[in-house]
Design a protein. Sequence first.
Length: 388
Amino acid sequence: MKKVAIVGAGQSRYGDFPDKGIKELFFEAYKDMISSVDNGIDPKSIESAYIGNLGSGGFQLGNMSALVTEYCGLTHLNTMRIENACASGGYAIIAAAMDVLSGAHEVVLAGGVEKMTDVSGMKQKYWLGVSGDTEYERLAGTTFAGLYALMAQRHMHEFGTKREQLSMVAVKNHKNGAQNPKAQFQREITMEQALKGPIVAHPLNLFDCCSTTDGASALIICDADMAKKYTDTPVYVAGFGGASDFLAIHDRVSTVALEGTKRAAAAAYKMSGLSPKDIQTAEVHDCFTIAELLAYEDLGFCEKGKGGQYMEEGHTKLDGDRPVNASGGLKSKGHPIGSTGTGMAYEMFNQLRGTIQKPARQVKGAEVGLIHNVGGSGGTVAVSILRR
Ligand SMILES: CC(C)(COP(=O)(O)OP(=O)(O)OC[C@H]1O[C@@H](n2cnc3c(N)ncnc32)[C@H](O)[C@@H]1OP(=O)(O)O)[C@@H](O)C(=O)NCCC(=O)NCCS
């Protein structure tokens, strides 16, 4: 079977940028990606592009991929927008990998962009909600924070997960994000702050929630046989998997597990020939602190119900045996929906090549990393395993 490799990766700064539009944000990531290709790349050699995007503030809903790639001077592409809610970027990687594996194209761009801060907080929650179950959950007035709050409540009830263990995720990820010059919130928070944030949806407070973010990211994915033309240190996509589940959590077999994560991870592990014990570092979808604990369990890093304990034992801190969200995660780096998955791959590309800008955040010696991107409250999940 053919293999694919990532040979370039770029990301815009994540944050709140009233002076930048969708095109400018994407161009920032594109320029960064082009300059990251060690031996250079002729943009004309890019044949396809898959652009993750949910709705860019609800304003630009159509022809997104042509819009942002045209601004980069690429008007010759097989291009399409990929929309799978917050997992759009993760699925852009899968689409690009499948394009190359099919033999249709050799050099493909996978990227994502979102502009979320142009609309009011209420409107943001309204258009974010379209990614969940709109028939029952939305009619009942739930937000994503509300849905993850239900999962957190149940996890605490069934397994004794402690409030403090949720806050440990926030403190860790803000500590990492403070060292990331492209993160939205480059500041540390104390345990006391994390515990006492204003309540959003009990038991989740402000510091248990990701933010709303403007940002973009882009990758160059090519046939592994030609990767060395572009760089001596490609990062291979060793395996990938995508999986869906019921959109509404009341339909699912469990409210304390994301079956989509389990299925997507199983496919990625199978394709790569690797298992959870081989994963040295990961970027997981911590849209809410409970989501990071669920990810530890559903990706097989620890047993079901032990996510809080696994956090508390320090395994996933930067100096732990399996650092998770060294970038700051969605919590501190930010969550510009369509860009989140390809942004995780940007981080992992640099982690595995040892090219993280600030050495304090560099995971030492990692050769295998996993990225995990969830859409809605688990309706779609994309997992990829990357290897130096
Ligand atoms: C958490 C949330 C409710 C806060 O929204 P808000 O109350 O409108 O907050 P604001 O944007 O007015 O910001 C208020 C302050 O909190 C800070 N802030 C906002 N979100 C924050 C977060 N997640 N973490 C830490 N600080 C945050 C802001 O910087 C601002 O600080 P300042 O007053 O010093 O400038 C909102 O960001 C949210 O809905 N997040 C979840 C998004 C989501 O569901 N994504 C999809 C996931 S599946």
